[in-house]
Design a binder for this molecule. Structure first.
Ligand code: GTB
Length: 215
């Protein structure tokens, strides 16, 4: 049975790889599993057929035979458990790698999303400029601590793992703000992640769908 994921028919990011199908593509590339992609429009995402797979009407979803998953944390975790390559064999190291997945999704991603929303959805509000420094500082606080923990290491805990994949996927979302560059080791960490052949394949695959066409 071929794995099928869903992705935007036209990603609003125009192929910058920021939509969350990229992290699922990346995980599948890391473990060497072929996959197919079903592209969905914003309208189709809210219709019963897609809502049956994703109760919140979003992308990505993951289908493998009878198994249907949503939420990238659950999907990447499933891929990492099911196929070798993204989690260490040692039980304690595995638990730590999983901990970093959760840290990416529940400690780093929320303030990162708040900052993105403050700019994209609230940027025209009269209070937006006054609020932005507060929102940015909420990103800087955990990033500074993450930077301290990473120190001079290549990855968060030994070999590259699903924890790094998830953390790098979240950090990608703030690169354009310039804040990541305040932490040289995190910027280098992200560059290392992007240099992985599996990431490059995942990025190229989403770009092939989303790159802006000729004017
Ligand atoms: N918690 C869920 C998960 O991790 O799977 C969140 C899924 C999610 O937010 N999906 C978004 C979606 O389907 C796409 S990735 N949105 C449509 C909707 O809710 O109606 C979020 C995203 C969208 C666009 C950009 N961008 O343009 O830069 C970046 C990220």
């Amino acid at each position: 049975m071929t794995i099928t994921i869903t992705a935007f028919e036209h990603s609003p990011d125009g192929g910058r790889g920021l939509a969350r199908d990229t992290r699922v593509r990346w995980a599948l590339e890391e473990v060497g599993q072929p996959y197919e992609v079903r592209l969905v429009s914003f309208k189709a995402m809210k219709e019963p057929a897609h809502l049956a797979a994703h109760p919140f009407g979003q992308i990505p979803t993951y289908e493998d035979g009878d198994l249907v998953l949503f939420e990238t944390g659950a999907i990447v975790f499933h891929i990492a458990q099911r196929y070798p390559g993204l989690l260490p064999d040692d039980a304690n190291a595995r638990a730590r790698a999983i901990t970093w997945m959760f840290a990416a999704l529940s400690t780093i991603e929320p303030p990162v999303l708040e900052m993105a929303n403050a700019k994209l959805l609230e940027g025209d509000r009269p209070w937006a400029a006054e609020r932005m420094p507060l929102v940015q500082d909420r990103v800087r606080k955990p990033l500074g601590l993450l930077s301290n923990r990473l120190g001079g290491a290549d990855w968060l805990d030994g070999e590259f793992s699903a924890g790094d994949l998830m953390m790098a996927s979240v950090l990608l979302r703030i690169r354009a703000s310039g804040i990541l560059d305040e932490y040289a080791n995190l910027a280098a960490y992200l560059a290392r992640a992007e240099a992985r052949p599996a990431y490059k394949r995942a990025f190229a695959a989403q770009l092939a769908v989303n790159k802006p066409g000729p004017p």
